[in-house]
Design a protein around this ligand. Structure first.
Ligand code: ASN
Ligand code: ZN
Length: 324
């Protein structure tokens, strides 16, 4: 290409001068290498105080604590999916350090994004029903994506906008898992929180994008309550208006788009979703329908062969009854 020619000419010109030659090579390396993550993992040592003590920094060798290593690796995959596939440099798109705290509190059956200290936080589970939350890379990706969504969209964490927030975290959490395994849409399990349950629980995961409502069915926990279409949308007070339940609807729409288009889900469906969620039209009150229209707009922009993308997106949102 022209640019490569220009670069080579410049290097030839510089090669007459030994010290400038070295400087020129260094500059050209910096220009071509993609940025890499900066990660810091903290250990709360079972206390409920954040951030805890630093146990692993970027570039430091692996240690003996599984939760620490899983968090470090999961943040790495998350960073690389966003950077390599969507051109985003960390949470703030400015290379911000990715922070995680592990061993948070005691018997803590959850993980979360802490907006105050901009970090992902993981419990160890009670060991009775739940294992440590870092075992599922898609949970790490889910929590980190909350940090990105907070930067980009500021969705009210209630009702439809809250469920959309949850769904975006599930979608990118699943993509991060698929990316880490090199799986196509057909090969993926589409599960969120796979392997979190102990043997005592009858279930494979917390949620499924492929088949919402089927991730678990257990005497103690009951049945996975997620709907796959608007017919099952629930109006409740709990869980900020059912944000972790109604998220099944946009989750399933994404699954339908990704499998209809085939190949790696981040290439087309993920690209469309990423452009939609970072669209300036995203606001506190964005509904499922608003978001559906944003994905349609992006699908039109992407438009490869015969409008396959737009058609797949339109059909998916119709199938989940968000669009008529
Ligand atoms: N794990 C949950 C989530 O990130 C925690 C919460 O509901 N705040 O959605
Ligand atoms: Zn969430």
């Amino acid at each position: 290409t022209q640019r490569q020619h220009a670069l080579r000419a410049l290097q030839v010109a510089l090669s007459t001068h030994p010290t400038r030659q070295a400087a020129g090579r260094r500059r050209s390396i910096q220009r071509t290498q993609s940025p890499t993550p900066r990660r810091t993992i903290y250990d709360a040592h079972h206390s409920g105080r954040l951030p805890g003590k630093i146990v692993r920094k970027e570039g430091q060798a692996i240690g003996s604590d599984s939760a620490t290593n899983e968090a470090y690796d999961g943040l790495g995959w998350s960073y690389r999916l966003y950077q390599q596939k969507f051109g985003r440099n960390s949470i703030d798109n400015q290379g911000q350090t990715l922070k995680a705290t592990v061993h948070y509190s005691s018997d803590y059956n959850n993980a979360f994004w802490d907006e105050r200290s901009k970090r992902v936080v993981f419990g160890d589970g009670d060991g009775d029903l739940f294992r440590r939350f870092t075992v599922a890379i898609e949970v790490i990706g889910h929590e980190l994506t909350h940090g990105i969504t907070a930067y980009e969209a500021d969705l009210d964490y209630k009702g439809q906008s809250g469920a959309l927030n949850e769904s975006i975290s599930d979608v990118f959490g699943s993509l991060i898992k698929q990316f880490s395994r090199g799986q196509t849409a057909d090969q993926a399990d589409w599960l969120i929180g796979e392997g979190l349950f102990t043997h005592k629980v009858q279930g494979v995961a917390l949620r499924s994008l492929k088949a919402p409502g089927t991730a678990y069915n257990d005497p103690i926990l009951g049945q996975d309550p997620q709907p796959a279409t608007m017919d099952g949308y629930i109006e409740i007070e709990d869980d900020d208006g059912g944000v972790h339940t109604n998220s099944g609807i946009p989750n399933h729409a994404f699954y339908l788009v990704a499998t209809a288009l085939g190949g790696y889900a981040w290439e087309k469906a993920g690209h469309i979703w990423y452009k939609a969620m970072t669209d300036s039209a995203m606001g506190p009150q964005t509904t499922f329908k608003d978001f559906a229209n944003l994905t349609l707009k992006q699908a039109e922009r992407l438009q490869g062969d015969e409008g396959k993308e737009r058609e797949a997106v339109q059909q998916a949102w119709e199938a989940v009854k968000v669009l008529p």
